[in-house]
Design a binder for this molecule. Structure first.
Ligand SMILES: Cc1cc2nc3c(=O)[nH]c(=O)nc-3n(C[C@H](O)[C@H](O)[C@H](O)COP(=O)(O)OP(=O)(O)OC[C@H]3O[C@@H](n4cnc5c(N)ncnc54)[C@H](O)[C@@H]3O)c2cc1C
Length: 364
């Protein structure tokens, strides 16, 4: 018999939906609530590394993800010159195993929909538009409460854990638009007016493109001003960017976000309440590992809850042992990449990326 008979999952992002799928499949009664009115309606793209794909396959959604997304195995490095010169083509490590691609880009709302539908199919009871309230009542009513409620986790604050995400010093412009035929993988342009200008194909006809700059207060810009600002910054980048910039016409598709980061150092549970995903740790997306780590948290937590027959200290110790160091290493490496850029230092970027890839290639 599993360690829990019923759970409340707060938050239906990657972490919450994944743990709901696995627990419901294992016979646990799962209630999932999310404060959003509905599964995401609009959004940008997401880069899923092999280790994220390995968990998505475990969740039984790989075929759908593969059909919606765009797979690739190399990373291009380009110069911020008038030709967008390709400097290097690196073969990515297949961190999910040889039978999965190194990377897959996809539309975020499509991923969210696939995961929520799967959780529902497995029997999880899902309610959108419901804000978490009264943690003490929930922890009395359920064997376990899983706080998968993201960066500004309500559950984390209710537990009195006063670790909050801290600004990294960078901000990112993102857009979701048409894929030029020449874009068949992610290319990163280092240098020029942005720290990084990049793009990732997300499907046959789509891609998301991004520009990373010093963090600024962009909240006062109208959507039209935001679009004009992104287009202007993109003007320094060429090659495929020339076509991407031409397609950048919809103000509603432009988004600005500042990078933040945190890690809760120590057990992520307090009694029968546990935090996973961005609620417990977050990193700047310099390695595109945030969702991957959230999915791994869900996979390991579900494995332990379904294997053991009680919620014991030993279970929580094992969860901490398998997750804390790994997530922390990923957060620190992601921060190191950001710092090297902020201080214009020439760090060993390929070396650091390879070290993390080898780490996450081992199943969590
Ligand atoms: C700019 C940017 C780019 C990124 N790019 C990538 C990338 O390419 N690849 C990658 O792997 N990662 C990327 N990440 C990180 C990734 O987005 C996150 O790590 C991942 O989404 C975390 O998933 P989660 O389920 O923990 O949290 P979330 O996806 O934030 O889900 C939390 C859910 O909880 C709900 N919620 C919040 N509060 C409450 C409440 N009180 N009651 C009920 N529900 C609540 C929210 O509505 C939300 O649906 C990026 C992050 C940023 C900021």
């Amino acid at each position: 018999m599993p360690a829990v008979r019923n759970v409340l999952v707060v938050g239906g992002g990657a972490a919450g939906a994944a743990v709901a799928i696995l627990l419901a499949e294992g016979g646990v009664a799962v209630d999932l609530i999310d404060s959003k009115p509905d599964v995401a309606v609009l959004g940008s793209g997401i880069t899923l590394q092999g280790n994220a794909l390995r968990v998505l396959r475990q969740l039984g959604v790989w075929d759908e993800v593969k059909a919606e997304g765009y797979e690739f195995d190399t990373l291009g490095l380009r110069a911020p010159d008038p030709a967008g010169t390709l400097i290097a083509e690196l073969t990515d490590i297949r961190t999910g195993g040889e039978d999965l691609p190194a990377t897959l880009g996809m539309y975020r709302p499509a991923l969210a929909r696939i995961l929520i539908e799967r959780a529902s199919e497995q029997g999880a009871k899902i309610r959108f538009g419901v804000e978490a309230a009264a943690l003490d009542e929930s922890r009395a009513a359920y064997d376990l409460v899983i706080g998968a409620d993201g960066l500004r986790s309500w559950t984390r604050r209710q537990l009195g854990i006063d670790v909050e995400p801290q600004p990294v010093g960078m901000g990112i412009w993102r857009t979701f638009t048409k894929r030029p035929a020449s874009v068949t993988r992610t290319d990163l342009f280092y240098g020029g007016p942005a720290y990084i200008a990049g793009y990732c194909p997300t499907g046959e006809d789509t891609l998301y493109a991004y520009l990373v700059e010093d963090a600024r207060d962009r909240a006062g810009l109208s959507p039209e001003e935001a679009l004009a600002t992104m287009r202007e910054l993109a003007g320094a980048y060429h090659g495929p960017w020339d076509e991407i910039r031409e397609n950048l016409t919809d103000p509603a598709r432009v988004n600005y976000t500042v990078f933040e980061s945190h890690v809760i150092d120590g057990p992520w549970n307090r009694g029968n309440v546990v935090l996973i995903g961005d609620a417990a740790h977050s990193c700047p997306p310099t390695l595109a590992q945030g969702a991957a780590q959230a999915l791994e948290d869900a996979s390991v937590l579900a494995e332990l809850l379904l294997r053991d027959d009680a919620l014991t200290d030993a279970l929580w110790q094992e969860f901490t042992a398998r997750r804390l160091d790994r997530a922390k290493t990923v957060v620190e490496a992601s921060l190191q990449l950001a710092r090297w850029q902020l201080t214009h230092e020439r760090g060993d970027v390929p070396g650091l990326m390879a070290r993390v890839a080898h780490l996450v290639a081992e199943p969590a």
